[in-house]
Design a protein around this ligand. Sequence first.
Ligand SMILES: *Cc1c(COP(=O)(O)O)cnc(C)c1O
Length: 411
Amino acid sequence: MPRPLPETGVAWDALKPRMAEYASGDVRWREGKTAVYVFNAGPEIERVQREAYALFQSENGLGPAAFPSLKRMEEEVVGFGLELLHAPEGASGVITSGGTDSITMAMKAARDYARKGKCVSGPLNIVIPRSAHPAFDKAAALMEIEVRRIALRDYLADAAAMGAAADAATVMIVGSAPNFPYGLIDPIGELSELALTRDLWLHVDACVGGYLAPFVRMNGADIAPFDFALAGVRSISADLHKYGYAAKGASTVFFRAQALQQFMVFDFQDWPGGRMVTPTLAGTRPGGAISAAWAVMNVLGVAGYREKQAQVVAAREKIQAGAEALGFQVLGRPQLGLMAFRHPDADALGLWAKMRERGWFTSLTTEPRSLHLMLSPFHLQVADAYLADLAWALAEVKGAAAPAGVEARYS
Ligand SMILES: *Cc1c(COP(=O)(O)O)cnc(C)c1O
């Protein structure tokens, strides 16, 4: 709807309370009652994000020659990620605006690698597990690539079935570490074998786990190899603005070799503005997203991340045990901060709606219908409160039919 801009400007001091008023209907995530959308590592990290972002909020990562500061911070952040994900010498990566950007650009690189590197012509496809993120479909829609979503086995990617679905026109196969709907790490080792045997491009979507799983493993969990330690993995997406606890607008995409990343770069000069080389989907790249990621990573360090991620896992284990004691069944064997769980006698939509009445804003898994949590360090402090409300909600809806008008939807 068109709306006239205020004729004269409004003083910032007068606007501030209006913004607070606008926010009065938002979920109260700082109280820990939201387990989707926001990653809450506490007020100290939030302050680092805000101050570091502000320092470079006007600078533009599009111009590394003008802003060697941002280039340096990006290289250091990318280096941290490559090291954490066992990248070999010669591996490379960049900061993007988010997981969707990272996935889209990895697919663009794989597509161009197939077209230019391997001279594949005609229609192309990708082969992904049913649990893979919709970002792959979005990118495929943009590039007119067919998506073959393959049924899961025990909520995990079925490497054999994916192999059967792949052919000479397959530009990418995908495994998630972990997938979003169940929070489970796909058998990346099997997918890596498949990729090596068939010369396929394996992308690991570690958007939500890339900065979580390495530290959970350091803390002693038995996490199977899922990253560049597996020779078949060619690219990885890992979001800084999720369990990296960076400000929003920051992800990383990594390639086993610089030569593969070259297929991602867009290099153009057939216009009057001179040559423009962009590494990612963006033109202008917000400096603040880069500086905030750099600052948070350096403030936390390995010890800080290990501590935060231990809290995430402790929150998940506590809620898992409490939910199981109430008769809930957890789907698969989650090892990180996400889980899906359902009750044989209570519909998940009904439970979800009841929990919402008590202020909990969480998500849902649809196959099978389950409650879904994506936990932050802060949730350890509210796990008991969550379980008490879950017991209440269960008593309220046990045996009842699914409520009308409730939908699992993220928009
Ligand atoms: C969040 C997520 C994405 C997409 O990332 P955005 O930053 O939301 O664009 C992709 N894959 C998985 C597994 C995710 O959890």
